[in-house]
Ligand binder design. Structure first.
Ligand SMILES: Cc1cc2nc3c(=O)[nH]c(=O)nc-3n(C[C@H](O)[C@H](O)[C@H](O)COP(=O)(O)OP(=O)(O)OC[C@H]3O[C@@H](n4cnc5c(N)ncnc54)[C@H](O)[C@@H]3O)c2cc1C
Length: 476
């Protein structure tokens, strides 16, 4: 039999461990791993139809993380006598050319359920002509073939989905890294920096929850640290609503979403932790949250682009407002509602905010300001270091009342602030101008009388904005 050559098209699966597409591609005699930098991913994009708005698809936080992850993968492949070929261009032009240059027999890739990724796969498959594009599934905890029902039959609410998979499906063992065959002699190209992609490098901020650095190497270090070194998993369920610090939650999301970390690898590590340390509600709850992640992936496989409609998968007819001034204030963290502003400033400075902060910032935009939720989701798409289309738009739609829950998901932002930030430590961390205020006033500065403002040295409308909307509780 003739010798076989494969291409591995890496996208958001930047790892050697538990990588089904790599395992399949590595069974050939020669393997060329390729990463294609698609410049259109770093451009501004228009959202929607006639009422469209423009936003940046990938901001500085995620671009820096991704560039580092690509560089790390190249190092790891080189350590195995292979390499990562990096090219810039539209994948449907780059990949057929590379495939032809090495006379490839097949191109392997991980498929994704979201519309843009699917469209890109279709264009590449067309461009490859007779060379097959072999699609693998490798980014969820549960494999779709192991689900108890067909994708179209999955319930639109989380609990039945979770109960079905917990009772009737098993998580497959992660694949070990295969031995890698030789690599055809091809110029490897260089890994771009954010500046090469026209993306401004953002400064780091020492107030950040964690310094997120992309790559499989740092992903595995974080897994090791969270479970074994700090033993934080033991208390995850009690701490996961935290707002400040490294270890109140796992912080795995950026690595999971760029594919530097496999959820099955996390699950296998939790299994080991349960055997060696403790099995409790917290170890269960980390899996519970990973099942949420799966849920949105499979929801996108089921509903596709309908998720991006203003009325979401529920096709609700909601008259969203278009208050540009309020939207800009929300983006900058200048709404005058400290809990929301702290979240937005943390997002802008670091690319990461806790789940609790995301829920409140999103609910405020969609349910208090009544601004088209998709604008908020698009802004998160730009800023988040851990952005994933299904997790982001799925969660936003859910909170805006147009997604996977028919109940009202509006948050009482003030009540949440007092409950989850009772000492206003989070607010002071990100809004130092409110540092001198006692906690109650730090959450409702509009309540301050002129005499209070003079006493604390905070002048409303000068040092900190007046609220963009009345949340109740008096005026300032
Ligand atoms: C408006 C909004 C937008 C969001 N956008 C994203 C996004 O783009 N990417 C993203 O990964 N998560 C998103 N989330 C979900 C969640 O906030 C983050 O996954 C979580 O905060 C990441 O921190 P962690 O890794 O420490 O999470 P942990 O609490 O440690 O959870 C472990 C993992 O479970 C998964 N997970 C947890 N909660 C959710 C959830 N609600 N939905 C889906 N997966 C979940 C994540 O992969 C996470 O890394 C969003 C939530 C909201 C409310």
């Amino acid at each position: 039999m003739d010798s076989e050559t494969t291409l591995l098209w890496l996208r958001r699966d930047l790892r050697l461990h538990d990588n089904p597409a790599l395992v399949a591609a590595a069974s050939a005699d020669r393997l060329l791993p390729v990463y294609v930098v698609d410049p259109s991913r770093y451009d501004a994009a228009a959202f929607g139809g006639p009422d469209s708005f423009v936003f940046e698809k990938t901001g500085g936080h995620r671009t820096a993380f991704r560039c580092a992850a690509v560089g790390d993968l190249r190092e790891r492949l080189r350590a195995q006598e292979s390499d990562l070929v990096v090219r810039t261009g539209e994948p449907s032009a780059v990949l057929p050319e590379l495939a032809a240059s090495v006379d490839a027999d097949a191109v392997h890739v991980h498929t994704k359920p979201t519309p843009e990724e699917q469209a890109s796969e279709r264009r590449v498959a067309d461009g490859l002509g007779d060379v097959p594009l072999v699609r693998h599934w490798g980014h969820t905890l549960y494999h779709p073939d192991d689900l108890p029902e067909e994708i179209d039959e999955i319930a639109d609410t989380y609990t039945p989905f979770r109960e079905h998979v917990e009772s009737a499906a098993t998580v497959r063992d992660p694949y070990p890294t295969p031995d890698l065959p030789t690599r055809p002699a091809v110029d490897p190209g260089s890994v771009p920096s954010p500046a090469d992609l026209g993306i401004e490098e953002l400064p780091t901020d020492d107030r950040a929850a964690l310094d997120f650095e992309g790559g499989e190497t740092t992903a595995l270090e974080r897994l090791e640290a969270y479970l074994w070194e700090t033993d934080s998993l033991r208390e995850y369920k009690e701490t996961r609503n935290g707002l400040l610090g490294r270890d109140f939650s796992s912080k795995f999301s950026p690595w999971l979403n760029e594919g530097c970390l496999s959820p099955r690898r996390v699950s296998a590590a939790v299994d080991r932790y349960e055997k060696r340390r403790v099995a409790n509600d917290s170890t269960y709850w980390l899996r519970f949250e990973l099942i949420w992640r799966d849920f949105f992936q499979f929801q996108f496989a089921k509903h596709g682009a309908q998720f991006f409609a203003p009325g979401g998968i529920r096709e609700r007819d909601i008259d969203w407002t278009d208050d540009t001034t309020a939207f800009e204030r929300w983006k900058r963290g200048e709404t005058g509602i400290p809990f929301v502003d702290a979240a937005m400033r943390e997002l802008n400075r670091t690319g990461y905010i806790s789940n609790r902060a995301r829920q409140n910032a999103a609910s405020f935009l969609a349910n208090d300001l009544r601004i088209d939720w998709r604008k908020g989701a698009a802004y998160f798409e730009t800023q988040l270091v851990d952005y994933d289309p299904a997790s982001n738009y799925g969660n936003w739609a859910y909170i805006a009342g147009v997604g996977n829950d028919s109940r009202n998901r509006s948050f009482d932002v003030l009540g949440q602030a007092k409950r989850y930030d009772s000492e206003a430590a989070y607010v002071s961390h990100w809004l130092p101008e409110l540092d001198a205020l006692p906690p109650a006033a730090a959450h409702e500065p509009w309540q301050l009388t002129p005499a209070d403002q003079a006493e604390y040295g905070v002048e409303l409308g000068v040092d900190y904005p007046r609220p963009v909307v009345d949340l109740g509780g008096g005026s300032g």
